[in-house]
Design a protein around this ligand. Structure first.
Ligand code: PEP
Ligand code: MG
Length: 889
């Protein structure tokens, strides 16, 4: 005989398919001995049998249901419909997958004109009894009889108005009694029948309704959208009601088994004496902290503490528990994995390993790498109220407060005077670098997640919001506006680079913490992961930070950032404007010791770990003044001082700026094309690297330079630039008498490079995939324009699942990466491979890099901890076939 009905103790947590998710969970909790209000589950098979019998409950299902009811009544010492001691039950649907389209819960089933009196005298609270009865009529009539709630609400509102009440709590027992009469009339009018008084009839009508709800429109649409099979059916859970409002020995509450905000292993939550579930959330009465339960009901508290312990041991996770105490007896209504902050997630994962509850791998899978951002930057105190002025792209996490300035020079001046400033620009360029350094944060109205401001800010660990198009910036008037709101130079704003929110005034903040647990968790991650993690760092400070955050080397040192120092720009301009070779060499000779100093600092900070230095990449015009501004100055001088030397100089400069002007700078004279046209620049840089290396070697400090040629598209580019580097190295080695170990490799950031990687690999010791440019060139999306202009709409309209500049497009750009690795290793099996685009610090992209067999990922120093954890998760997920289950706040 097929079994269609399971008492809770007859099931278990693995029977989701038959008992539904809720039923299986209730069975599991019952079986481990938790005080769960008793009940039974009618299976999903019964639902299918119901449909097979033409939407009638088969006799066998009915028979088994009545038998289970009898067992339930015996267990509870109450009977459904008993006027003196009535059993009241809840009826809920529950399919294998949680489905919001399904039937709403019915509470208090079993209420009728007689049992309501029993409840009134048992609770000693007639008002509660009549209120519960009218709620039951309303719920049942809507869910089971299909009468619109509107009719009941309307009557209630009219009655309240008549009596001059503002809200329901003012209604008395007599008022509710009156309402019940009215409610019954509504039912009679709509169904031409009296409201069912027989509790068994109520029960079977409710079961029918649950089965019917499996095929209501909402449920069908939900299943179609979520690809849930139609044949699964829903189970029905029938559970005895418990009441927390039966006097001062009753109550209800919610609690976490550990503090969800700090992770401290103490019970955390609140409860209300003599109250029902809704009262806790309604906020009318202030709940007590759970610790007070210890004083008020010591034995219940002890029961609760033991239960919490047992739940954690069983589910091996921090639990979020709903409970009710009915006349001194504890009941657990629900338990689930509790949501938590990043700080708590780390502490709980680590301490559960130390307590022997979970193993290290499980702990590593419990923490969401994305959440770690919260801990590495100053952040807004969530407990304070904030008014958001506008929202832009969250380009670099962290929060900052400062006075608004609109000019890099001013930012530098005020910053040097010790003022906290936020640099607000339509977008930033390399000219603004000194202002960025001096600012607390950057805010731009244009540009995307890989715009200059975003990349530089992330590298420096400064908060940044980009592409906030709601900002109307008036640089002349030194103000910006959002709608009617105007913010002037010097006004204080706060920005949150983690959310993209801009707020007026100063908002309280919390400092970052790298707790002992955090360090320990990361050390476990390092043991598990099979892929290296390096950092993108352009100066000794960032390199030091990267080293402290556990980077295994520098994966990308963008040397152009070294050229953008305010003191160096005039020399760089001299180099660009030089008319003769000698003139250019003079400038380069001045730059060489400066570059050498930078490299010495970086090598020293990295203590022998590999440092990948990329030779100069950007378009040259970036080092020159703005064309329009220069034109204005020249025109002014032509009128006011036509014979001046200054005019002659400026005219010369303008001519050069015009010469260097490009329609498409991103596709123009950049990367190794610059080295091809001006080999002396790359030669100077190579010299600086080798001088720095030999100087440190002399001091006994190990160095491991890797010289990288950017934006190669054809093997011959790399061949020639590599020869230049090797020749330079040889010269320096002869000159210093010291031999230096080094390698030469290239970035793969142009589709052609990926497609001809076999040829290129013959000239390369390593490949570093520059996925910022590779995304730009593969999609043909300008990395500076796409995010602000159309990408948002693309994501909204589901043209793209994600922003491909933030999350690697595995199907397209990823295919080029795979091709590059495969072809490259074919001709050069020893080829080292890594990624240094922004994707190197994003968890799904890191997973891709692991699967593709890259040797390392490289990201900004502040994302190194995240990448270490994500790399470990990739290993565990793929080698042990295990999924992460994050429960984040
Ligand atoms: C890249 O293109 O991915 C890269 C790392 O180089 P950049 O962002 O400096 O162009
Ligand atoms: Mg690039």
């Amino acid at each position: 005989m097929e079994k269609f009905v399971y008492l809770f103790h007859e099931g278990n947590g693995n029977m989701k398919e038959l008992l539904g998710g809720k039923g299986a969970n209730l069975a599991e909790m019952t079986n481990i001995g938790l005080p769960v209000p008793y009940g039974f589950t009618i299976t999903t098979q019964a639902c299918n049998a119901y449909y097979e019998s033409g939407k009638t409950i088969p006799t066998l299902v009915e028979k088994q249901t009545l038998e289970a009811l009898l067992r339930l009544e015996e267990k509870m010492g109450k009977k459904l419909g008993d006027p003196k001691n009535p059993l009241l039950v809840s009826v809920r649907s529950g399919s294998v997958f949680s489905m919001p389209g399904m039937m709403d819960t019915i509470l208090n089933l079993g209420m009728n004109d007689e049992t309501v009196e029993g409840v009134a005298s048992l609770t000693n609270n007639p008002r509660f009894a009549y209120d519960s009865y009218r709620r039951f009529i309303q719920m049942f009539s809507n869910v089971v009889l299909g009468i619109d709630t509107y009719f009941f609400e309307q009557l209630l509102e009219e009655t309240r108005e008549q009596k001059g009440y503002a809200s329901d709590p003012e209604m008395t027992a007599e008022d509710w009694k009156e309402i019940i009469v009215g409610y019954k009339e509504i039912v009679k009018k709509h169904t031409r029948k009296d409201f069912p008084q027989d509790p068994k009839e109520q029960l079977f009508l409710a079961i029918n309704a649950v089965f019917d709800s499996w095929n209501n429109q909402r449920a069908i649409v939900y299943r179609r959208l979520n690809k849930i099979a139609d044949h699964l059916g829903t189970a029905v859970n029938i559970q005895s009601m418990v009441f927390g409002n039966m006097g001062n020995d009753s109550g209800t509450g919610v609690a976490f088994t550990r503090n969800p905000s700090t992770g401290e292993p103490v019970l955390y939550g609140e409860y209300l004496i003599n109250a029902q579930g809704e009262d806790v959330v309604a906020g009318i009465r202030t709940p007590q902290p759970i610790a007070a339960l210890k004083e008020e009901m010591p034995s219940v508290y002890q029961q609760f503490a033991d239960t919490c312990h047992r739940l954690e041991q069983h589910y091996k996770e921090m639990q979020d528990i709903e409970f009710t105490v009915e006349r001194g007896k504890l009941f657990i209504l629900q338990t689930r994995n509790g949501k938590r902050t990043a700080q708590a997630a780390i502490r709980i994962a680590v301490e559960m390993v130390q307590e022997g509850i979970i193993d290290v791998k499980t702990a590593l899978l419990r923490v969401d790498p994305d959440q770690l951002n919260q801990l590495l930057h100053r952040r807004i105190d969530d407990s304070v109220e904030k008014r958001i002025l506008a929202k832009g792209l969250p380009a670099s996490p962290g929060a900052a407060t400062g006075q608004v300035v609109f000019d890099a020079d001013e930012a530098e001046q005020l910053g040097n005077d010790g003022k906290k400033v936020i640099l607000v620009r339509p977008e930033t360029t390399p000219d603004d670098i000194h202002g960025i350094v001096a600012s607390q944060a950057i805010l731009t109205s244009r540009g995307g997640m890989t715009s200059h401001a975003a990349v530089v800010a992330r590298g420096m660990g400064k908060a940044c919001i980009c592409g906030c198009e709601a900002l109307r910036i008036d640089l002349k008037a030194k103000q910006f506006s959002v709608g009617d709101m105007v913010v002037n130079y010097g006004d204080v704003i706060t920005i949150d680079g983690s959310t993209g929110e801009i707020m007026l005034g100063e908002i309280a903040m919390i400092d970052p913490e790298l707790s002992d647990e955090f360090q320990l968790l990361l050390s476990w991650a390092d043991k598990e992961r099979k892929i290296g993690v390096r950092a993108n760092a352009d100066n000794p400070e960032d390199a030091k930070k990267a080293f402290d955050f556990g980077a295994g080397g520098v994966g990308l040192c963008r040397t152009e950032h070294m050229f953008m120092d305010i003191k160096r720009i005039p020399i760089v301009q001299k180099m660009i404007l030089a008319e003769t070779y000698n003139e250019r060499m003079e400038a380069l000779d001045q730059l060489l010791p400066m570059q050498q100093g930078d490299f010495e600092g970086i090598f020293e900070a990295m203590q022998g770990l590999p440092v990948t230095i990329r030779l100069l990449d950007p378009p040259l015009h970036e080092f020159l003044p703005d064309k329009e501004e220069l034109l204005v100055e020249v025109t002014k001088l032509q009128i006011l001082d036509p014979d001046s030397k200054e005019l002659a100089q400026k005219e010369k400069l303008l001519k050069k700026v015009r010469q260097l002007d490009e329609f498409n700078p991103m596709l123009g004279l950049r990367g190794c094309r610059l080295g091809m046209v001006h080999p002396e620049i790359y030669e100077m840089q190579a010299k600086a690297i080798f001088y720095a290396a030999s100087k440190l070697a002399e001091k006994g400090i190990e160095v491991n330079p890797e010289i990288m040629i950017p934006l190669v598209g054809h093997v011959n580019e790399l061949k020639q630039m590599r020869e230049l580097v090797i020749e330079t190295a040889n010269k320096v080695q002869v000159e210093t008498g010291r031999s230096i170990q080094y390698t030469v490799g290239t970035m793969i950031e142009i589709p052609r490079a990926a497609l001809t990687a076999d040829e290129i690999a013959e000239e390369a010791d390593f490949f570093s995939f520059g996925t910022n440019d590779l995304t730009q060139t593969t999609f043909g999306y300008s990395r500076d324009d796409a995010e602000g202009k159309f990408l948002q709409a693309y994501i909204e309209h589901k043209v793209l699942p994600e922003n491909p500049f933030a999350v690697l497009d595995q199907e397209g750009v990823g295919k080029l990466v795979e091709t590059g690795v495969t072809l490259g290793r074919k001709t050069n099996p020893k080829l080292k491979t890594g990624i240094c685009g922004e994707h190197g610090g994003e968890k799904s992209s890191i997973d891709f890099c692991y699967r593709t067999g890259l040797d390392y990922v490289s990201c900004s120093p502040y994302r190194v901890p995240l990448a270490r954890l994500a790399a470990a998760q990739a290993t565990i997920r793929h080698e042990l076939n295990r999924e992460e289950v994050y429960t984040t706040a």
